[in-house]
Design a protein around this ligand. Sequence first.
Ligand code: PLP
Length: 399
Amino acid sequence: MSALYGTYARSELAFERGEGMRLFSQDGTSYLDFHSGIAVNALGHGDAHVVAALKSAAEKVWHTSNVFTIPEQERLAQRLVDATFADKVFFTNSGAEALECAIKTARHYFFAKGQPDKYEVIAFTGSFHGRTMATIAAGGNPGYTEGFGPVMPGFKHAAPGDLDAVRALITPNTCAILIEPVQGEGGVTAMTAEFMQGLRALCDKHDMLLILDEVQCGYGRTGRFFAFEWANITPDIVAVAKAIGAGFPIGACLAKAEIAASMVPGTHGSTYGGNPLGTAVANAVLDRILAPGFIDHVNQMGQVLAWHLQQLAQRFPQYVLELRGKGLLAGIKITPPVRDFVSRLRDDHHMLAIGAGDNVLRLLPPLIVSEADIKEAIDKLAAAFTAIEAEAAAAPAVA
Ligand code: PLP
């Protein structure tokens, strides 16, 4: 029996090595990875440039405290600022911590302006922002808050897409709207450009900040560096993680200068956040993501995937109810229970994918995916549906 907490419904499958789009189990079986460690392995497995950067950094300084200057951290922050809307960056170890920093930054901004009561955040049903006490409150999913004492106050929830519902929740105490431009865990729901623009307008009108959670959908996955770019808006604060280290645990909170200005010494901190090893790796990841053509490739592959999924939906209308998502964050709402379908794909077809809320199958391939990989994945999905069909035909009819 495992000595680990029982917090995960784990498969017994363990991987020994990875190469590009493939993971190899201990018995040498190859698995096509459309899971990416939940949108983390943006560059697949064993990217030579990132591995070299990690090895070289490991020979130098692994860690120093943030009370010293960390040149790789300074460089990574400057590059993120140069590439995005942001002027300031705080590094964390995870997505949830990036969200914690985002929420603290928004509240402290108004506190410093003499408005300490302006701390409420409007978030959305079906969202996921992490597992800390603040981020489970922000997510608002009772399944994640129940049994952990009082839910942290200061969060209200509206249905995604419903601007009137958001409007109805705004009070003089509302400091921010927090949203995933494409909900991941909740069921791969992409917000429309109009809705995102509506949120921006509400924030401008009511002196509130727009905080975006791009932990899953950001860093190129939708075919733009940030998913919000599809809506032509500018946020005030953005949380990122996952792909930024492509497997090394690192996250970041990006903000406009004026908004981050009150986060002075003593207001926030992290022992490991942005340490030399992590930021050396993240700089190498960024070299790859910002290389000319990389995000164009993601955009193209997103379209190829969408086209093939439409064909699949037409071929299996009894199993595919709806296609969702954006770019390489794709969702298929299916009729078979998604948990069983994920196991079937893994065990019988050696393909890794992941479930999401609302019985949606989530496809999150590494961003280096090729057209041939996509066709292979579609063949595996078709084979899994065909097998279900055959089993249903062979099963004795229920009276
Ligand atoms: N926000 C989103 C949109 C996520 O998908 C996740 C993790 O899945 C998080 C936040 C939390 O990130 P982490 O698990 O690194 O704390």
